[in-house]
Design a protein around this ligand. Structure first.
Ligand SMILES: [Zn+2]
Length: 154
């Protein structure tokens, strides 16, 4: 657990995630977060999201409550990142009619290091948005504070 991490995202990109969740409702949306890790003036590690890479939810067995990122998705997202000199720093998905909390499925399918943004979409309307990182023991997530706005970092 590392409480010094923050996730910086512009209001425009945050709105883009909400809009994607509303568009795919009642199914889940998913996508990649492209950006980079930076150190701010206080020496704290911050993660800045600079672009989104929307993905198609390929799970047709249960698209309402299961999002799955395939190896092909990862390759596509990393390629899109390289073209913009950005890294894949995380993934986002929506929870239709469910709170913005990681599910058991999310826990079991997460990878360390990445940020996981979850947006709750209630009755088609985007609601709470949260971000999470898997703990080092991989047993649970820690919340990662989201800072919306422009970055103060160099
Ligand atoms: Zn989920």
């Amino acid at each position: 657990m590392d409480q010094t991490y923050h996730l910086l995202i512009s209001a425009e990109l945050a709105e883009g995630i909400r809009r994607h969740g509303a568009e795919t409702f009642p199914h889940e949306c998913c996508g990649a977060l492209l950006g980079r890790d930076i150190s701010n003036e206080f020496g704290q590690e911050q993660r800045e999201v600079s672009a989104l890479f929307p993905l198609i939810n390929r799970r047709d067995d249960s698209p309402r409550n299961r999002f799955a990122v395939t190896a092909e998705d990862v390759k596509d997202a990393e390629k899109a990142g390289r073209q913009q000199s950005l890294d894949v720093v995380g993934w986002y998905h929506s929870h239709p009619d469910h709170p913005a909390r990681p599910s058991q499925f999310d826990r079991e399918h997460a990878w360390p290091w990445y940020s996981y943004i979850i947006v709750s979409v209630m009755a088609g309307q985007p609601a709470e948005m949260t971000s999470w990182r898997l703990n080092d023991d991989r047993q649970d997530y820690s919340p990662e504070p989201i800072q919306i706005g422009s970055s103060a970092a160099v």
